[in-house]
Each structure stands twice: as structure tokens, then as C-alpha cells.
Design a protein around this ligand. Structure first.
Ligand code: PEP
Length: 262
């Protein structure tokens, strides 16, 4: 791994209204220490992004959108584009399993969203992972292969440096079911080998690969200590300030608390 900064993302999903989000961000900002080796990213509901972008200290937290539409503008009632989010968020989740499986997003949609994020200077976090059925049919590596090829087709090597991959087995997201670390480790290796085949060895070592799926403060270290895992995507546990802060503390290794004036 070339880039040794861990990324911890809190996906608040469809929770917290404007006032609650603002209060929660305030609460987190009092608890979470800023470390040079950890990037903490908050993904609140789209409604609150604009106002939280004015409240957030970007040295402490970055913002991510949970979703966006891939066209930049036009007659797409109800949608928000990456162009509209440009300057408000630094990251964007793409292809989260809830988008794929509840809202029927296809690899083609996801590919277009990865490209839209990049052209709007938003780092896409491409979420991939197999369902329980695919896992029991021995298809985990095929799914990883297909979703990586599907999500990254047309992305150049230069653009790839903006992309983060989140491995999230669907059966572990929001279910309380833990993927055993050896299973995660093998999947992350498969992701890096696939990236190596597509973009070469340097890219495969430098791309940031996260794990997500029912991670808690108790299990976070098991995944963070795995070679090749560069951080975590946290859903449920990110809605509890104490748990989320404990996870962030586990990601921090080198004692480099940023000086206030940095
Ligand atoms: C997620 O929302 O991506 C996620 C991993 O959720 P949870 O931690 O609740 O499984």
C-alpha cells in the first residue's frame, strides 16, 4: 500500500433531519481528534449536505454524497447531479448495495456515476460486493470481477487515482452478520489483482480499498489490521458518536494529532 492514510466513512443513510444532522455533526466535532493518518468522511442525507458544508471543518471531516445522478443538468425531476454537488462534497458513494438492490442501479448507471464524479472533482467510492445467494453459489470473485470491470470501464489510469473501492458483501451490510477477516482479506486481494490486471502493479498497490459490513467499535480493528485494507465504510455504528469515535481512534496509528493551527 503506497497511500497509508486510512479512510473512515460514516454513512448516515436516510436518518437525521436538518437540525439533528447539524447537532450530531457538532457533537462529533467535539469528540473526534484530527489525525494526519486518518481521513474521516461523513455521508449524510442529500438534503443536509449544503448546510453541513458550511458548518463542517474540512480539516476534521470531509463530506460525501450517498448518491447523485450521472447527468450534469437537465430535465431529470427529483435528481441531484454531481455538478450541483461539486464544491459541497469531496467524495461520493457510487453503487452502494442499497442503490443496486433496492433501486435497481445497473453497472451501466454506476459506470456513468463514477465518470460524473471524476469530471466534477468528486472522489467516487465504488461499492462492490456479492449477495448471500452469490456467495453460496461460489460467485464472490466473479462478482468482484464483474463489478470492477463494470464500474471502471473507460476510467483512465490517471482517473483511477481518484477512485476508492469499498468491498461490502451485501449479506453483511446492515445485517449484523460479520464477514470473517480471512474472507475479507481474500476478497481484497482479489480486488487488487483485478486492478493489477487492468491498470498495473503500481495502481493495484496504491488504490485505496475499504471494507464495510456491520463493522462495530469491537470489530473495527480486526479489519483495519488486515494488510491491504485502507479503511472502513460504517453504516449503523456511525450513528452513535461514541462508537464512531472509537472506530476512528482504532484507525489512528502513529500518534500524529494535527496541531490546531495546521
Ligand atoms: C453501509 O451503509 O455501507 C454499511 C456498511 O452499513 P452497516 O455498517 O450498518 O452494515
Amino acid at each position: 500500500m503506497v497511500n497509508n492514510k486510512k479512510i473512515i466513512i460514516g454513512n448516515w443513510k436516510m436518518n437525521l433531519n436538518m437540525q439533528e444532522s447539524s447537532l450530531y455533526l457538532h457533537q462529533l466535532s467535539k469528540m473526534v481528534k484530527t489525525h494526519r493518518d486518518v481521513e474521516v468522511v461523513i455521508a449524510p442525507t442529500t438534503l443536509t449536505l449544503q448546510s453541513l458544508s458550511l458548518q463542517v471543518n474540512l480539516r476534521q471531516f470531509k463530506l460525501a454524497s450517498q448518491n447523485f445522478y450521472w447527468r450534469d443538468q437537465g430535465s431529470y425531476t427529483g435528481e441531484v447531479s454531481a455538478t450541483q454537488l461539486r464544491g459541497i462534497v469531496q467524495y461520493g458513494l457510487v453503487g452502494h448495495s442499497e442503490r443496486r438492490h433496492i433501486f435497481g442501479e445497473t453497472d451501466k448507471d454506476i459506470l456513468s456515476k463514477v465518470a460524473a464524479a471524476i469530471r466534477n472533482h468528486i472522489r467516487p467510492i465504488l461499492c462492490i460486493g456479492e449477495t448471500a445467494w452469490e456467495r453460496s453459489n461460489g460467485e464472490t470473485y466473479d462478482i468482484i470481477h464483474d463489478q470492477l470491470i463494470g464500474g471502471l470501464a473507460n476510467i483512465t489510469s490517471d482517473e483511477l487515482s481518484q477512485v476508492v473501492i469499498a468491498y461490502e458483501p451485501v449479506w453483511a451490510v446492515g445485517t449484523g452478520q460479520n464477514a470473517v477477516p480471512t474472507y475479507v482479506s481474500a476478497a481484497v486481494s482479489a480486488i487488487r489483482s483485478q486492478i493489477e490486471q487492468l491498470y498495473g502493479k503500481v495502481a493495484s498497490q496504491s488504490i485505496q480499498v475499504l471494507y464495510g459490513g456491520s463493522v462495530t467499535a469491537d470489530s473495527a480493528a480486526d479489519y483495519l489490521n488486515l494488510p491491504g485494507v485502507d479503511g472502513l465504510l460504517i453504516g449503523g455504528a456511525s450513528l452513535n458518536a461514541y462508537s464512531f469515535n472509537e472506530i476512528i481512534k482504532k484507525a489512528h496509528k502513529d500518534g500524529s494529532i494535527m496541531a490546531e493551527k495546521d
